[in-house]
Design a protein around this ligand. Structure first.
Ligand SMILES: Cc1ncc(COP(=O)(O)O)c(C=O)c1O
Length: 476
């Protein structure tokens, strides 16, 4: 046998062997009337463990390609060559071949652990159930009649909701717009996705913040986009870094999350916003302003969004109701030039025929109701209380071991761990202790950081979660 496994490849040897045999069955290397090589023979010829061969044969058997009978060895399944010609597709190959990449394995693990085990969840970036305005939303759903409003809606989203949003963004974020410049999306996530798919092409270079939520998205890599990084300071990215990146890589688009940034909680200062807009209009590069958190500011001081300062139409503004009302509504939106919005809404039609009319009506009625403002007041108060709790817990259980700056809004706190540690071990140990968080590397940090979300658990659980995390850190 000439074939040898590639021991340097990322793919497991058993998988390489299974694929080699599968290919051999198809091209006749292994004829249907002859038994396949024995496990012992393959193990010694290929210099691999026998269990590796067993594993490969298990996989081929589960695919219906081979039969194994005690005493007569391993043969090619009759079904493949027989009259029925039944073949099970090699799903694993399809799964690996798709152009849309899976999320990072560690992100998948965190999601799975959070769902399957009752862990204290300081990882998921969302509000806890008790922070959703459930009572008000039930009132809306119980009193509204939906007759005649459940068909496919306008490609850009429900017109009444878009009109309501024009008022909402004017009052709350100083943005002047109109209904035809808005597209309703399935959360801010879909807005980012549509922008990447429709406005960029493979090989284009973009700039994102480091660390950032975007780092966690396979969206850019899947689209063949080159991602470059802008370090985030306490007052946002440095506009000079942006200029340098542009000179070096001809950046086509900048993605920013300037207010209570995920994961750092940092807030960009006014001067930097002005400088970035200046660079954007000098170079003609669009800025994507991803803003799910600005309305969660703990102080009353108004935040000016880049979009509210954008005189020339350089900014695509994204926001959603996920972090202020309920993530499950999946209501997000993009505001931008009409031609761009039309292009994106055409793509959205191709993807899903527009957003669910039911949640659009709920969102509209809630934003229009007097309850929205009282809800926001309570939410901000509660988030501030939870922020205070997490700080108290960090100071109690991790004194001298962490460094952080106090977020003035949002739902995340970004902590530098001052002791050296192995990221995987700390995560495993924390899971054992019953708490989960977002490790820094999943968000692009190269140093020893972790992100805790303080909106997902109540005050007692936050305290218990940090205590357990500290136990895990001490035990390493
Ligand atoms: C900065 C940022 N953008 C976008 C999203 C996506 O949120 P959604 O799709 O729920 O609106 C998140 C979620 O955590 C986020 O932190």
């Amino acid at each position: 046998m000439d074939w040898k496994p590639d021991r340097k490849a990322k793919k497991a040897i058993y998988k390489q062997l299974a694929e080699y045999i599968e290919k051999g069955i198809a091209d006749g290397t292994f004829p249907p009337d002859k038994p396949l090589p024995s496990e012992r023979y393959l193990a010694s010829t290929l210099n691999v463990n026998r269990s590796t061969v067993v594993h490969a044969y298990d996989e081929l058997e589960s695919l219906g390609l081979i039969d194994r009978t005690r005493g007569s060895g391993t043969t090619i399944s009759k079904d493949i060559w027989g009259i029925t010609k039944k073949r099970i597709p090699s799903w694993n190959r399809y799964i690996e071949a798709g152009s849309f990449l899976p999320s990072l394995p560690v992100t998948q693990k965190i999601r799975k652990e959070a769902v399957e085990h009752k862990l204290i969840n300081l990882a998921s970036g969302e509000l806890s159930e008790d922070l959703f305005p459930k009572r008000f939303l039930s009132e809306i759903t119980s009193t509204r009649s939906f007759i005649g409003s459940l068909g496919y809606d306008h490609p850009q989203g429900n017109e009444i909701l878009r009109s309501t949003l024009t008022k909402h963004v004017k009052i709350s974020r100083g943005i002047e717009t109109n209904a035809s410049s808005i597209l309703i999306t399935s959360g801010a996530q879909q807005a980012l996705h549509l922008i990447v798919q429709c406005l960029l092409k493979p090989g284009d270079a973009i700039a994102i913040e480091d660390p950032s939520y975007n780092y966690n998205l396979p969206t850019f890599k899947s689209a063949g986009i080159q991602v470059h990084y802008l370090p985030v300071n306490e007052d946002g990215i440095n506009p000079e870094d942006l200029q340098m990146l542009y000179k070096k890589h001809r950046i086509k688009m900048i993605f920013l999350n300037p207010y209570f940034q995920n994961p750092t909680g940092y807030l960009m200062n006014q001067k930097k916003k002005e400088a970035i807009l200046d660079i954007s209009s000098k170079l003609g590069i669009p800025v994507v302003e991803d803003d799910p958190y600005s309305l969660t500011a703990f102080s009353e001081e108004k935040i000016s969004t880049l979009k509210s300062m954008d005189k020339n139409g350089n900014v695509l503004y994204i926001s959603s109701l996920s972090k202020i009302v309920a993530s499950g509504l999946r209501i997000g939106w993009i505001i931008g030039p009409t031609s761009v919005i039309e292009r994106l809404s055409d793509a959205k039609q191709q993807l899903d025929f527009g957003h669910s009319s039911y949640t659009q009506w709920i969102a509209n009625d809630f934003l229009e109701s007097e309850h929205f403002h009282s809800h926001m007041k309570c939410l901000i108060k509660e988030l501030e209380k939870r922020r205070n709790t997490i700080i108290k817990s960090l100071d109690t259980y991790l004194k001298g071991l962490v460094e952080y700056s106090i977020p003035q809004g949002g739902i995340h706190i970004w902590c530098k761990i001052l002791k050296s540690f192995n990221e995987t071990q700390l995560l495993e140990e924390s899971i054992k202790q019953g708490v989960i968080y977002a490790p820094g590397s999943t968000l692009g940090s190269k140093e020893s950081f972790v992100r805790f979300t303080f909106a997902r658990e109540d005050e007692d659980s936050i305290d218990e979660g940090i205590k357990r995390f500290a136990q895990a850190l001490h035990s390493l």
